[in-house]
Structures are given as C-alpha cells and as structure tokens.
Design a protein around this ligand. Sequence first.
Ligand code: C2E
Ligand code: CA
Ligand code: CA
Ligand code: CA
Length: 279
Amino acid sequence: AKEMDQCRYAFFEDQMLDINRRRLKLETALRRDISNNALRIAYQPLIDFTSSSIIGVEALCRWECSEFGIISPEEFIPIAEDMGMIDELGSWVMNQAMKDFADWSALLKSPAYLSINASPQQFRADSFSDYLNHARLQFNVSPEHIQIEITESVLLDHAPATTRQIRELRQAGIRIAIDDFGTGYSSLSYLKRFPISALKIDKSFVQHAANDPTDLAIIRAIMAIAIQMDVSVIAEGVETQAELDLLIREAVHCGQGFFYSEPLYKEELVEFIRGFEQH
Ligand code: C2E
Ligand code: CA
Ligand code: CA
Ligand code: CA
C-alpha cells in the first residue's frame, strides 16, 4: 500500500509539474503576444429587446496562442493580472476598441456605445481615466458613447484613486456598469456612494432562472434595486427564446447573448449590423 501511495504521489507530482510548466509557457507567450499586439477583440452586440435595436457592443479580448491554441479570457486575464501586465493589456484593448468604433457605429441608425471591461488593478494605477480620455480624444469618441464595466470588487477597494477616477469618468459623461452583479460581495452600500449607470445580470442567473426559484428571485431583486435607483439593466447570456421571454416578463429590456449573436470580430460585426438593421 505504501508503494501505491508513493506511486500516486509521484503521479500527482508529475501532474503538478505539467500544470506549472503550462503556466510558465503561457506567461511567456502572453507577455510576447501582448507586446506584439497579437491579441484580438471580439464585439458582442447589446440589444434592446423591445425595439430590437443595437444599443451598444461589449469588447471582449481574444487570444490565440501559437503553442496552446485558443485560450479563454477566464484563464489569461487572471494571468495578466498576476504578472502585472493587465494595464498594458487593458490599454491595448481600450485603444484598439476606440480605433474600431467609427467603423461599425457609423452603420447604425441610432447611436450606440462601446462597453469595455476593466480590472480592479487598472483603477489602482492613477492614470486609468487620463489614459481613457487620451484614447477617446485620439479616435474622436465622445464620452456618452463609452461604458466601462467594473466588478463589485472595484467598488469595495476603498482606494482613493479608484473613487476619484470613477467620479471623474461619470462627470465626463461616461457610463459605469457593474458587471456580474449579484455574484460578488453583495454589499449594496456602494451603490449609494458611486454614480452607477447600469447593472449587468450575470449569465448564471439568466440560465437557471427558469428552473431555480432562487435565481429568479435574484433577478427580481436586481430589477427592484435598478428601478429604485433609476439605473438600467443589461442581462448576459441570453441563449434561448424562453430565456428572452422570461426576461421580458421580469421587465428586463436589454441584454446580450448567443440568441442574438456571439462575440464577433470587427468585420463580422459590420456584417451583423448590416443584416440586423435591414429588418
Ligand atoms: P464577462 O465580462 O462577464 O463577459 C461575458 C462572457 O459571457 C463573455 O465570455 C461572453 O463571450 C460570454 N457570453 C456572452 N453571451 C453568452 C451566451 O449566450 N452564453 C454563454 N454561455 N456565454 C455567453 P468571454 O468572452 O469568454 O470572457 C470571459 C470574461 O473574461 C469576461 O466575463 C470578463 O470578465 C473577462 N474579459 C474579457 N475580455 C476582457 C478585457 O478586455 N479586460 C478585462 N479586464 N476582462 C476581460
Ligand atoms: Ca463584462
Ligand atoms: Ca466577469
Ligand atoms: Ca458575467
């Protein structure tokens, strides 16, 4: 039995070594590809359910690594954060997305906004709002056409730089959306302290609401807060007609999901808008 244990232990050790090796290789490749601007952005349309119009798009970072293939942002964003490279990655996304803005937004009948994800660490650096304004001016994107998506952890950070920058962005007319709302710390007091424009309902709630009364209750609670505070709501992960119907029943009017469109590269987004604006 002891030999078996040793054998199992050696196996486990091998696996750990493999995991560490993969991680190290990913770090090196990510560092290289960020510097070489080899990442891409996919844009997912945000839809107003009632008017069937595009109200915005969310920029989602994509990485195809030459060694390991397509790596999910769920994996590489935390790596970039750990390596202290999220500022560089985030700045690249911001710049590229603003550069792309005119190419798709000009095709829309009514103005839409560009929604960009930001990590907590980007706010700790004092220069986030300066950088954003710089990119905005360079590519001539007005503030009301920008939304920044932050998670609850940003608002619970209590860093003076964070508070100041969020206020600055709002004063400039930029929207602030809380991403993954309800999945985090559920301390609602920050909603009083920060001028929030929108709450995003995480896809986990949308996908389980039909079968799980708790998830439905959470969606209803989010709607109650949103109505009281006069902020808009965007649902994530709308995949089916049934989910769409449920959301509309719960007075959720906007959302994104595979039911309408997957995240699309710019050329595909342009095609999607052309088709969508036809009917
Ligand atoms: P998120 O901000 O919550 O983004 C929504 C995720 O849901 C995206 O995953 C999107 O592709 C996916 N999604 C959209 N519609 C559906 C649907 O109908 N069904 C399902 N199953 N999924 C759907 P993605 O692109 O893999 O991104 C994962 C996370 O990575 C994002 O979650 C965000 O937290 C982070 N991320 C992505 N790009 C960036 C970025 O540029 N900067 C930062 N800081 N984070 C990013
Ligand atoms: Ca998001
Ligand atoms: Ca997220
Ligand atoms: Ca989410």
